[in-house]
Design a binder for this molecule. Structure first.
Ligand SMILES: C[S@@+](CC[C@H](N)C(=O)[O-])C[C@H]1O[C@@H](n2cnc3c(N)ncnc32)[C@H](O)[C@@H]1O
Length: 309
């Protein structure tokens, strides 16, 4: 990627999103420990079911994902039986190509479209279900995006958006991540650190140029009540929100940042298994115990769902 194009992206959040996510596309699944097996199928289905309030959800014919990245959410939801046909859209061509590749490898009926959620290239009322995960905080005009999502739904169709950062949750997670990245960079320069383990300072410096764009691709955090109000303003009914992950996010963010700072594969299976089991335990603590006593807007993730009347 040329330095000029990266410089231009500092004044253009959409170009920044394209560059940042094209850059991430081929390593994205590894960075975020995304898989297409029971672990992520269950995770995706659990947050979907929690968003829709635990009501049984009958398989629909056609679902579309906005800001779908490599397909983590829709591909795993399709494997859990949510939809028969899927369309994955994203503003990054690199992400769409990776999502279609992943879908085909799983034998799913999936197509991909490079599309900006603010200008969806679809007729009104085409889809039974629109889903999204961790994308809305990148969109300059959230109200326009929500109107587009509702416009392309059939009457009675539902949207389910999960994994968006809450204002308070993000404040804490971001500081923990920055501290971890700072520490990992310092450790990489210490004498005696095995070269097979740490990325070189040059490698870290180079990825830092694109990684720095994170400061402009992350545009919003959400207050759950305001997010629900925005969905209603956009025309949705039966809107509800839910929040997840408190201590799990405090653990997960630094772990993912640390993993990104070392050579891929250097930490091995033992580390991956420790990190996942710890995250699972903390997530259970958050759901079963802390959700009863801690205010909902302090949790890291917010989900929102609603229906086109
Ligand atoms: C954090 S990633 C999440 C990807 C995927 N949904 C997941 O959960 O793994 C956010 C995605 O939103 C996409 N995106 C950003 N701005 C967009 C826009 N205006 N329209 C459509 N997609 C966009 C990015 O390219 C990126 O793939």
């Amino acid at each position: 990627m040329t330095a000029d194009r990266i410089d231009a992206a500092w004044a253009d959040p959409k170009l920044a999103n394209v560059i940042y996510h094209d850059w991430e596309a081929s390593t994205y699944d590894h960075k975020w420990s995304i898989s297409y097996d029971d672990r992520c199928i269950d995770y995706a289905r659990d947050i979907f079911d929690e968003a829709v309030g635990g009501e049984p959800f009958e398989t629909v014919e056609s679902a579309l994902e906005v800001g779908g990245g490599t397909g983590f959410f829709l591909l795993n939801l399709m494997q859990s039986g949510v939809a028969k046909r899927g369309t994955i859209t994203d503003i990054s061509a690199g992400m769409v190509a990776q999502a279609v590749h992943n879908g085909q490898a799983l034998g799913l009926d999936v197509t991909g479209n490079v599309a900006d959620v603010e200008f969806m290239p679809f007729d009104d009322g085409q889809f039974d279900l629109v889903v999204g995960h961790a994308f809305l905080h990148h969109i300059p005009d959230v109200d326009v995006a929500l109107r587009e999502i509702i416009r392309i739904l059939k009457p009675g169709g539902r949207f389910v958006i999960c994994g968006e950062p809450t204002r308070k949750g993000d404040f804490v997670a971001r500081r923990l991540s920055h501290a971890t990245w700072w520490a990992a960079r310092r450790v990489a320069t210490l004498p005696g650190v095995p070269s097979s383990w740490a990325r070189s300072p040059e490698e870290l410096e180079q990825s830092s140029r694109e990684a720095a764009l994170e400061a402009i691709v992350d545009l919003h955090t959400f207050d759950p009540d305001r997010l629900a109000a925005a969905c209603m303003r956009a025309g949705a009914v039966d809107v509800r929100t839910a929040t997840q992950e408190l201590t799990a996010a405090w653990f997960g963010w630094p772990v993912r940042t640390f993993e990104a700072a070392v050579r891929p594969g250097a930490l091995g299976w033992g580390w991956a298994s420790f990190a996942y089991r710890t995250w699972q335990r903390l997530n259970a603590l958050d759901r079963v115990v802390l959700s009863r006593v801690v205010p909902a807007d302090v949790f890291y993730n917010v989900s929102v769902t609603g229906v086109r009347p």
